[in-house]
Write a new protein. Structure first.
Length: 106
């Protein structure tokens, strides 16, 4: 869910994006604002709440999923490129046959 930091929060206006935030209140206005928010480290979740969160499983599976997606994308691009080349070759051969056929007719 996309939420924004409330302008009164000390984290608001930082020049960089925080990776993980915990908040106490969510205020619904024109946007959804987090109030009483603080930045946390990923490891804190694993240490203090292992029954809810596992860094190793989640992080590893995320990396594996991204690696698999990248590999699938590369494979698909290679297949599309080879298919395009085959199609161009077929079109070229068809045009050459038509030229030869016209030349014989003349």
């Amino acid at each position: 869910m996309l939420c924004h930091l409330h302008p009164s929060n000390a984290l608001y206006g930082l020049d960089y994006t925080l990776d993980y935030i915990v908040y106490h209140e969510l205020i619904l206005m024109t946007k959804e604002y987090m109030q009483c928010a603080t930045s946390i480290e990923l490891q804190w979740l694993a240490e203090l709440g292992p029954m809810f969160f596992s860094v190793k499983d989640s992080y590893t599976s995320m990396l594996e999923r991204k690696k698999k997606q990248k590999q699938e994308k590369t494979t698909m691009e290679e297949e599309m490129e080879s298919s395009r080349i085959v199609q161009e070759d077929k079109e070229r051969e068809t045009k050459e046959r038509e030229k030869k056929k016209r030349a014989k007719e003349q």
